[in-house]
Write a protein that binds this ligand. Structure first.
Ligand SMILES: [Fe+2]
Length: 507
């Protein structure tokens, strides 16, 4: 339940919690739509108060703890019969050889390993642009939002934070990642027509069978914003993957996404198949870092002119290779430790053997994000291969696929703020519609969205946005405020998921 926050009494907290619960049952009156069907009760429980530091084991200073023994059994089941195990061993050999060559290529390319593309080329589905994005898994899309508009948003963000000094943030003594979700510039950025158009185009990179109950219509996922100060070295997020950790192996639907890799055929793995991903449970342990929606691409919109070395995003720029290694890594263990042999000997395939009897899943703690470092995932050679993304200007967007290993530069050596709003590309699914319903209740109560550390949030803030600030039909639908149109000639799965979503949302 809620914890008491500064200046907010437990009875008020309880009242706030009741407001959220009641509104989620369809008692809201502030929104502009007629809700024809009663809404189901919100089953998601609010999270404890906190900040982004509670999401990552490395930021919280937590040591890696062994997983329960049942994870050894899981490994054995996934490894399958003798022939599957043999294929895994031989594919680990080809994969580690590929990773070694990839490290050379990436080191040579540096920042250019991440494509910078234009808004128009993405919208026009230019084949070279699409191929570059799909191979890398990350891209900078330029000029999505007019520069002057993005610069205005930054000024509005700074004014909002200044007007509400009680705002929570990380680190607490010099706040830079703010627990702010409902400021007016964030609402504008999430629903901007050009931003929604890019989200739709990125979702369209994924293939979808006729009956898959997924719509590539983007829905809004409310997330934080960051304004990193020059010289900061505290917001140093190490390499990690969002979308859960052990869930990638433990949840059968999630595991199905990676079936080719786990069958020892990583070269055939398609990172852009949406059907299983949309059904995957990325949140088995309700941890602080768990995500309640399926985000096909994570992204942010830049509010500043920020280049490499200025506190920007870093990624491993080959999505198939990194995913294959992440998934296969727990099934192998070293023979000679790193301290005993040369780097080449240590990384050589002959120094690694099948491990299907331990519960070791490196850096995949329960209820936290999957993290990576040189010791846990040595073949990625992260010290050579995590590249900073190219320079972004206000209004540019950075996008990275759900499985991309990413980090934030440890030191911001620039002269100005390194400011972004986190806005991902989220398709419409039943699970995402359920989240949208609960997120809408939080929006109406001005509390943090369901996935984020709880508390009163922005309830007492000055200048917070409301549903009436959301303009445009697509933007309102993306927030669950208006129904998704349904037509007879739609793909069967498209039609079905829209009907389901409208029912879930009580629209
Ligand atoms: Fe992340």
């Amino acid at each position: 339940m809620f914890r008491t926050s500064r200046g907010f009494q437990p009875t008020q907290m309880l009242a706030r919690a009741n407001i959220v619960a009641q509104r989620s049952r369809g008692l809201a009156t502030e929104v502009h739509v007629q809700r024809s069907a009663p809404q189901p009760p919100m089953t998601r429980k609010p999270r404890a108060e906190g900040d982004i530091g509670s999401v990552f084991a490395s930021l919280s200073g937590e040591a890696e703890t062994p997983l329960p023994q049942r994870f050894a059994d899981l490994k054995s089941v996934i490894a399958g019969d003798e022939s599957n195990r043999a294929r895994m061993v031989s594919s680990f050999r080809t994969l580690t050889a590929r990773l070694s060559r990839a490290a050379e290529e990436i080191e040579r390319a540096g920042t250019k390993a991440v494509p910078t593309v234009s808004y128009d080329s993405v919208l026009a589905r230019d084949p070279a642009t699409i191929a570059a994005i799909k191979r890398c898994g990350t891209a900078v899309v330029q000029n999505v939002i007019p520069r002057s508009e993005a610069e205005t948003w930054l000024q509005q963000v700074l004014a909002y934070v200044a007007a509400n000094p009680q705002v929570r943030g990380f680190p607490a003594d010099d706040k830079q990642v703010f627990e702010v979700y409902w400021s007016k510039p964030q609402l504008a950025a999430r629903g901007h027509p050009r931003s929604l158009a890019i989200q739709r185009a990125l979702l369209s990179l994924f293939s979808l069978p006729q009956n898959a109950e997924v719509s590539l219509t983007p829905v809004s996922y409310a997330d934080r914003l960051r304004v990193r100060h020059p010289g900061d070295a505290k917001f140093a997020l190490g390499p990690h993957m969002d979308g859960g950790s052990v869930e990638r192996w433990e949840d059968p639907a999630y595991r199905a996404v990676y079936a080719r890799i786990l069958e020892g055929r990583w070269e055939e793995y398609d990172a852009y198949n949406l059907e299983e991903r949309a059904r995957a449970n990325q949140n088995l342990y309700d941890g602080a870092g768990a995500c309640g929606v399926f985000r096909a691409f994570q992204g942010w919109t830049s509010l500043s002119d920020t280049g490499p070395g200025e506190g920007t995003l870093r990624v491993y720029p080959l999505v198939r290779e990194m995913t294959a290694y992440t998934l296969l890594r727990p099934f192998f263990r070293e023979k000679a430790p790193r301290s005993a042999v040369s780097r080449e000997h240590y990384l050589a395939a002959d120094n690694w053997e099948l491990d299907i009897d331990s519960a070791v899943f490196p850096q995949a703690p329960l209820g936290r994000s999957q993290e990576f470092n040189n010791a846990s995932h040595p073949h990625l050679e992260l010290d050579r291969t995590m590249v900073s993304i190219p320079r972004v200007r206000p209004g540019d967007q950075a996008w990275w696929h759900a499985d991309v290993i990413h980090a934030v530069e440890s030191v911001h050596r620039g002269a100005g703020p390194s400011a972004v709003m986190y806005i991902p590309a989220v398709p419409l699914t039943r699970l995402n519609a359920e989240y949208l319903r609960d997120q809408r209740a939080c929006f109406e109560a001005r509390c943090p969205p369901p996935d984020f550390p709880g508390g009163e949030g922005e309830a007492s803030f000055k200048g917070t946005g409301t549903p009436s600030d959301i303009e445009g039909a697509d933007a309102r639908r993306a927030m669950g405020l208006d129904a998704f149109p349904v037509a007879q000639d739609m793909r069967a799965g498209e039609r079905a998921v829209r009907l389901t979503a409208n029912s879930v949302l009580g629209l």
